[in-house]
Ligand binder design. Sequence first.
Ligand code: TYM
Length: 337
Amino acid sequence: MVSHRPRVLSGIQPTSGSFHLGNYLGAVRQWVSLQDSHDAFYMVVDLHAITVEQEPATLRENTRTSVAQLLGVGLDPERCTLFVQSHVAEHAQLAWVMNCITGFGEASRMTQFKDKSAKQGADRTTVGLFTYPVLQVADILLYQADQVPVGEDQRQHVELTRDLAERFNHRYGQTFTVPNPYILKETAKIFDLQDPTAKMSKSASSPKGIVNLLDEAKVSAKKFKSAVTDTGTVVSFDEKEKPGVSNLLSIYSAISGRTVAELVEHFDGKMYGALKTELAEFFTEWVAPIQERTRTYLDDPAQLDAILAQGAEKARAVAEQTLTTTYDRIGFLPAKR
Ligand code: TYM
């Protein structure tokens, strides 16, 4: 089927047992809403996950849970292509090509690499972690994606993708679509509930500020209720002066569909405590059907496998074409079978 809709591609790592609200609001929620207007490719990036050490059984389980969660929040395999990265060999193959046109200095400037490698120390930092952004470039270019729905922390990787696509096209002739990041301002960066100046992150030092979709709702409700807020009492949106309250308002707005202005008016004359309690209650109701649907998919591994097999087949059809063209442009001798 030839599609004339613009194409989107994105990925998420299966590195924990649950996605957190930052993953969901920054990226995955947009994946769901782009399914009908776009030709959408979404994947669980297990190749990226092994840039840090993974226990095999845990990786397998987290990959399944990630797919089930994506279905649980509303991805529909009839309306998008959902697959696991390692099921499509072309990702690693194109990554090699991209590695060979990436400058060492260019890769060294990736801030996510700098942060992660600083945390881990040089001895535990792998070459895979260093070239991780280049694999991401290959992910995006393989599908000729027009847009890449991600959170703010991935912007630099999409910029690198644009640079490498242009470089390759310039050197070898038009081959790749140059993609744009698709980042929603309101939810581009969701912050940690205990440290509202740091982004909500799987690798945070404490789990207290991270709201996981699959945690028991009462655990998350407690986290909202004990969120760090700011001095003062008036509920208003001011990211500089009131980062804690503003973060809670952004989250509440995104999951409820009410605007921040509406919420501020609603809390007029009430204190921060009212915002926290109401948000905790709203979240509890909101997350229940997501957890329920995720559980249903996890309980039916055969169905999950079938969905992934179909997704990989659809993905491979596109990836193969791009890789064949790329190899040809570079001057590799065609393989006769
Ligand atoms: P990952 O798995 O770290 O995160 C998945 C998505 O969640 C977004 N995100 C956030 N958004 C807002 N606020 C936050 N606190 C927050 N934390 C995470 C991320 O921006 C991301 O969109 N390298 C990517 C995965 C990847 C990819 C790709 C993405 C691999 N190949 C190709 C796009 C296209 C990553 O590690 O995301």
